[in-house]
Design a protein around this ligand. Sequence first.
Ligand code: GLA
Length: 390
Amino acid sequence: MTADRKEKLINSFKERFGMNPDIISRGPGRVNLIGEHTDYNQGFVLPVAIDRDIAIVSKVRDDRIVRLYSLDFNIEVEFPLDNIVYDEDNKWSNYPKGVARILQEEGYNLRGMDGVITGNVPQGAGLSSSAAFEVAMAMNFEKLSGLEIDPVKMALLSQKAENKFVGVNCGIMDQFISRMGKKDHALLLDCRNLEFDLVPFVLEDVKLVVCNTNKTRGLMDSEYNARRRECERGVKLLEEYLPGIESLRDVELKDFMKCKYHLPEVTEKRCRYVIKENDRVLESVEALEEDEDLIRFGELMNQSHIGLRDDYEVSCPELDAMVEIAWKTEGVIGSRMTGAGFGGCTVTIVTDDAFDVLVENVKNEYPKRTGLKPEIFVFSAEDGAGTIDI
Ligand code: GLA
């Protein structure tokens, strides 16, 4: 967190509440390098935490009231820890409320607080601003209430807040990387048992570029849930031929090829994508870790996009245009959509030398093809959530 941003946040707390705050907590957004729509299929993902976060400066209160001011939206909400209700009008307040509710249901004794929130994770762009908010909030409650919450458990409880209170049926990837990310590392997560490995991800002579399509993600929730259901249906149908499988994670490609004829066409495509994507994640880690073969990794990213576009069908013309512009740029190692899809961002690895040309190509071609203005970010792998004493 830059000194400027920290100072601004602390000053706005002092102005608003007329006191000195105790702590700042922060939860970062993420970029998923590869392993899309695999988390809810008990598969593998490989995200990095980024240098964009939701930050909350706060001071503990003697009573059980939570009062939060959003610097970015200029709205204040107040709720009692003993009576937490969903707010239709103030949607953002449901993130802190959800976290408070779930932590308490889990038996944690929370204390009230006054807080000011600010964020610089682009919203609705598929970079997990929601997970960042939930994790930042959970970190804040943990510290101010003098608790110790196991980090993996915190990720799970933050996900539960989103599933059960906010009402979005997401997997575990976003909250996990926001809590557990590590500088200069990507995180290989096995979403079946939450075992993870940190994979060195130092960008030498290349850049990690994220391009926002600025396409509003219209049907995302319903389509996301539909994909989940299709995968579940696939598992049910495949079980007859592959007894003992619990998820697509348990299905090997060679076995799938033998019994795929029993599946309806759409279900077959969805399952094929997930099974192949899991293999691609593991191969990516091998390419990065053992062979230091970024070229292979880039090819796997490209294949992942093709699968998401043609088989899983969660891309859109804007994401495809952005990826195609990158693919055509010499010096681009790999490019794909990242996150749930239907808009949001792409992730691209490009050599330092080719970066300026990529930016130029995106700025020139993307608006012509889509009528939208792109945004371009350069990120690196950063640490997961944390707190700072003031
Ligand atoms: C969203 C969800 C994640 C994951 C991705 C797709 O970001 O929150 O759990 O399913 O989509 O990979």
